[in-house]
Design a protein around this ligand. Structure first.
Ligand code: DC
Length: 243
């Protein structure tokens, strides 16, 4: 059956701790769209490199192996999945070890070329016929430059560290978390190949003083402004939400 409405492509970029994942999943669920976490893909390839004894600080060694792991992302926002060579890696890719190594691995052009191709394929897949919300660092600038709506989330370093610290259940101090976030942002923004950057036509949303629901409402409103016919699920939610 032909879809009369153009697929809605929502690009959500920004540094860590700005609420990208929670926002992207909720926006996708509300609008009936697919969801892709590209950070999880970079984490998955990093997990594979570490497990296979590849020196993650050696770009030549990483580039050499970049084509080997088979990474599959499930794009249901209600239950996103990620596997490497058939193994569910959704938990181990969040480890400190992977977090510490992911910026180096994701800076390798061969890694990016491979994952960007997979990300574009996910956005064009029949399962994403209604559209997709894709979160990352370079979605609006490089992966999907023709996205319907581009959002760049920001928040103060203090707010980002406090949120991450809650996620880590206090295992690391807020001060250490903040220092690690700043280091990772600098590495992600400073790399040569498609760095973390706000696209010229992206709308910046500062989430420091907003709760999740407020950010989601804001992004849903931006999508509906651009493509009113593409957001019937949002209308249904609003009608049943008490004011
Ligand atoms: O969103 P996250 O913290 O799970 O992302 C992990 C790392 O992956 C991040 O430090 C940079 C990298 N990344 C990237 O280079 N490009 C993307 N589109 C997404 C993530």
């Amino acid at each position: 059956m032909e879809n009369p409405v153009e697929p809605v492509i929502v690009a959500i970029d920004g540094p860590s701790g700005t609420g990208k994942s929670s926002t992207s999943r909720a926006v996708a669920a509300r609008l009936g769209l697919s969801y892709l976490d590209t950070g999880a893909m970079y984490r998955a390839i990093t997990w594979w490199m570490l497990g296979n004894g590849v020196a993650v600080d050696d770009p030549v060694a990483v580039a050499d192996q970049a084509g080997k792991p088979v990474i599959v992302s499930g794009t249901d926002p209600g239950a996103p999945t990620i596997t490497v060579d058939g193994v569910d890696v959704s938990v181990p890719i969040r480890s400190q070890e992977v977090t510490a190594a992911v910026s180096a691995v994701s800076a390798v052009p061969e890694v990016r070329a491979r994952l960007v191709e997979m990300q574009r394929a996910a956005a064009a897949a029949p399962s994403a016929a209604a559209g997709i919300v894709v979160e990352g660092r370079d979605i609006g600038t490089t992966v999907l430059p023709d996205a319907t709506v581009k959002v760049f989330l920001t928040a103060s370093a203090e707010a980002r560290a406090a949120r991450r610290s809650v996620e880590l259940k206090g295992a690391v101090t807020v001060a250490d978390t903040q220092a690690a976030l700043i280091r990772r942002d600098a590495a992600d923004s400073g790399r040569k190949t498609s760095p973390l950057a706000k696209a010229a036509d992206a709308i910046e949303v500062d989430t420091t003083e907003l709760n999740l629901e407020q950010v989601v409402e804001h992004v849903v409103a931006l999508v509906r402004e651009k493509q009113p016919a593409a957001a019937p699920a949002a209308a249904a939610v609003e009608e049943t939400t008490p004011r």
